[in-house]
Design a protein around this ligand. Structure first.
Ligand code: GLC
Length: 453
């Protein structure tokens, strides 16, 4: 017994590196704030790690948008095609998920766009709109330098994609070309947007305080409403006072500014990823990496003889075998109950785990997910303080936020502690931001075009 308690105690001590002190969190906020300012500034933008791309979306939905729209959603684990009917105070939506095979994720851009266009045409056939000419909003959740609402140049791939021939190119053109190569369907691409933007738009349709969109899913990123006067790179007509900025904060830390809180596990996740040195903050927060961070810690503690009697399993030692959904499942167990934890460990070939091992595994999960929630909170509090508005709603989507049992509560507590006194905020789950948001952006673009004509 003494040894067992000692092991758990030692694991707790080893996990101290995963905790960020208040002082460290304040320092992170300060650095992020500076990076946001650099991203927005004409002089520093090129050197900035947090790029703060201008989205060219200046109009939030006013609830009056109507009509039938198509949407594409590419950028998480799945690719989806949607058809959405916007009516008075309601909308109906049908969608289908298509797999993106690994060889396409890492193949050529042409093959990727051909695959997307094929899924789109099949979807239109299945939904009886193959012959119609429809407007489409394209949620493309990667860093884009937008040159307009329908023109966006890919800056880098993130989250496991690496298709050749797309970085530096206009993604809308890539999709148009693929549609033209088929020659069978008539589509007007009205807008290209990020998933954070879609999330914000979809919440703003109902809630006019929604001025931040956040994703904590496969990747992590946020967009927010900024005063046009602060966006030095905006070259459109400054008739609108505000515009939407896609921060691409996943790249925060790419210049070493998070090194003071990174651990050996973070460095290992980074060097074994397909984009070493890139998306450093994202690799500490998002669903693509949280499970792997936990796994690396468990491997270390097993090798130290502190877990599983020093006996691992082939799967435990295999990269990527500990899914992020396991973290959510394990933390969903009630205190003292290890039902889900046991199931996960059995799946990993660790059925010899003792109760003390399970308590330790759960502790490691808690440390990794808490740190992620605290980093996200630091980011949101930085944005809220910068915006300095009395009450802001944050629209949120993504598998980690949606399925982790404590992420929402952890964020509420931490943001409340970090935000300037007097500022109020609400965290709102966005129902299918990327899909509905894309249709809304397309609808707003049509609304504007009609009003303009
Ligand atoms: C990655 C992408 C970003 C996206 C985020 C969430 O960080 O670069 O564009 O918003 O993932 O999907």
């Amino acid at each position: 017994m003494g040894i067992v308690v000692d092991n758990l105690q030692r694991i707790r001590e080893e996990c101290e590196v995963l905790k960020m002190t208040d002082k460290q969190i304040k320092e992170i906020m300060c650095r992020l704030h500076n990076d946001l300012k650099k991203g927005l500034s004409r002089a520093d933008h090129d050197k900035a790690t947090v790029k703060c791309w201008i989205t060219y979306i200046q109009d939030l939905p006013n609830g009056k948008e109507r009509g039938k729209f198509l949407a594409l959603d590419l950028g998480g684990t799945n690719f989806r095609v949607l058809i959405i009917n916007l009516g008075e105070n309601h909308f109906d939506m049908q969608s289908k998920i298509y797999a993106i095979p690994k060889h396409i994720m890492t193949g050529t851009g042409i093959a990727l766009f051909d695959h997307i266009a094929e899924c789109l045409a099949n979807f239109m056939k299945e939904h009886g709109v193959y012959e119609e000419r429809l407007a489409l909003g394209f949620t493309f959740s990667f860093p884009l330098k937008q040159l307009g609402l329908t023109k966006g140049v890919l800056q880098r791939w993130t989250k496991g994609f690496s298709c050749s021939g797309v970085v530096g190119e206009d993604v809308v053109q890539g999709l148009k070309d693929a549609i033209a190569r088929r020659g069978d369907v008539q589509i007007d691409i009205c807008a290209i947007l990020n998933d954070t933007t879609g999330t914000l738009m979809s919440c703003a349709w109902k809630n006019h305080n929604c001025k931040i969109g956040l994703i904590v899913g496969t990747g992590s990123n946020a967009c927010y409403v900024e005063k046009t006067a602060n966006c030095e790179l905006f070259d459109g007509e400054p008739e609108k006072e505000e515009l939407l900025i896609n921060t691409e904060w996943g790249a925060f830390g790419d210049d070493g500014s998070l090194d003071f809180v990174r651990t050996e596990f973070d460095r290992e996740v980074d060097v074994t990823s397909i984009n070493p040195g890139k998306q450093i903050q994202e690799k500490m927060i998002s669903g693509m990496y949280l499970g792997e961070l936990v796994r690396l810690a468990l491997v270390k503690f097993t090798r130290m003889g502190l877990l599983f009697g020093g006996q691992g399993s082939d799967l435990l030692f295999e990269g990527g075998s500990f899914y992020t959904k396991y973290v959510s499942e394990i933390e969903s167990d009630k205190p003292g109950d290890f039902t889900s934890c046991m199931e996960v460990l059995e799946e990993l070939g660790l059925s010899h785990a003792s109760d003390a091992d399970m308590a330790a595994v759960r502790y490691v999960c808690e440390c990794v997910s808490r740190r992620a929630a605290h980093l996200v909170s630091a980011g949101i509090a930085t944005l809220l303080n910068k915006m300095n508005e009395p009450r802001v709603t944050v629209g949120i989507d993504g598998s980690v936020y949606r399925f982790h049992p404590h992420f929402h509560t952890l964020m509420c507590e931490k943001i409340a502690q970090l935000v300037r006194p007097g500022l109020q905020f609400d965290l709102m789950l966005s129902e299918d931001g990327s899909g509905r948001g894309a249709a809304l952006v397309a609808a707003v673009a049509c609304r504007e075009a009609e009003q303009g004509s």
